[in-house]
Design a protein around this ligand. Structure first.
Ligand code: ADP
Ligand code: MG
Length: 324
């Protein structure tokens, strides 16, 4: 069970589950060039206990590298990180018992069945006898793998492999769970189930979750806060709403109409307007302020308005703007 905050405070004086400053990591490529690759260039994070924190960024941004350092699987070249009050380098052993990682690209022993894999890892985590059997059974059910328990790993679908990876990561009841692209390559309906399971882990057990993804929607749906990582640096962080406000690329108003589309150039606050096949799309500085005038101008111009929608910018737009 996760440590309640009142007890945890004896271990860590802070309400942060994770704190890191100035993390650097350099990889040296293979023979013959040994090219240097700076995967992280001074990353800082502060993640509250019980949060779902998203690390977003394109392939190669450094997401897996950051997660691996926080999970004690890689050593940083510079900087420090503390997880649950423990230093990821000097107190790695103690920390490992209290965290876990599931990767969407995990690979387990191919010939073992789903159930055998969980027992194998259960033993590694020091679980024995009836306790381990109970735990494996509970996780097979929780992660919806039960009907496939006797199927060899290499015959499992991608979605089941990902659920098995999640089940494995829950064997030691981690207080901090790292998820590296947990829904990569999944059909949307299966990805939705995995996201529900992630949300319920936090709801029911208060686990702190760090989620790396390049799916903006996934982050927006699950995360309290996100950080955008690109080329080893954090470009921005905050809640989805904060980031959208900060970037403010404009609001989008979509109008379905009949009749002529009047020219809107010169209407105050309209930044851009495009019309095609009876749909007019306007980018305005502030939808609340401009909606009335916009609809007025359309009616005056002889258009019949059938439907109006104010579209929120999504994180994807924020990210594109940041990456410019
Ligand atoms: N073991 C490694 N050896 C050499 N280069 C690596 C290694 N791991 C990662 N890299 C490089 O570091 C950069 C960041 O990688 P990674 O953290 O895996 O990014 P992401 O998870 O965001 O896709 C990439 O350019 C990648 O090629
Ligand atoms: Mg990765």
């Amino acid at each position: 069970m996760p440590v309640p905050i009142s007890e945890a405070s004896a271990i860590s004086p802070t309400m942060l589950a994770i704190e890191a400053q100035g993390l650097h990591k350099v990889f040296r490529g293979g023979w013959p060039t040994r090219r240097r690759k700076e995967a992280l260039r001074g990353v800082a994070v502060a993640i509250p206990r019980g949060a779902i924190f998203g690390i977003l960024g394109p392939n190669g941004a450094g997401k897996t590298t950051l997660l691996s350092i926080l999970a004690t699987l890689l050593l940083p070249d510079a900087g420090w990180a503390r997880v649950l009050g423990l230093d990821v380098v000097r107190q790695a052993r103690a920390l490992r018992a209290r965290v876990n990682l599931a990767s969407g690209n995990a690979s387990f022993l191919w010939a073992l069945t789903a159930e055998e894999i969980l027992h194998f890892y259960g033993r590694l985590y020091g679980l024995y006898g009836r306790g381990r059997h109970r735990k494996v059974q509970a996780l097979l059910e929780r992660c919806e793998i039960e009907p496939y328990r006797r199927v060899p790993y290499n015959e499992l679908s991608t979605g089941l492999k990902q659920r098995l990876s999640l089940a494995k990561a829950l064997l030691n009841d981690p207080e901090v769970l790292y998820l590296d692209e947990p829904t990569v390559g999944l059909d949307p309906d299966i990805a939705v189930r995995i996201r529900e399971q992630i949300a319920s882990l936090r709801r029911e057990r208060g686990i702190t979750i760090v989620l790396c993804t390049h799916y903006m929607r996934e982050a927006e749906q699950l995360c309290d806060e996100v950080a955008f990582l690109r080329e080893g640096r954090i470009l921005a962080r905050g809640s989805a709403a904060e980031l959208k406000r900060e970037i403010r690329t404009g609001d989008r108003i979509r109008v379905r109409l009949e009749g002529p589309v009047p020219a809107l150039a010169g209407l105050p606050g309209v930044l851009e307007a495009t019309a095609a096949e009876g749909v007019l799309e306007c980018v305005v500085d502030d939808a609340v302020k401009r909606l009335d005038d916009l609809l007025g101008a359309l009616r005056e111009g002889g258009a019949v308005v059938r439907d109006v929608r104010v579209l929120e910018p999504d994180l994807e737009e924020v990210f594109l703007e940041l990456a410019r």
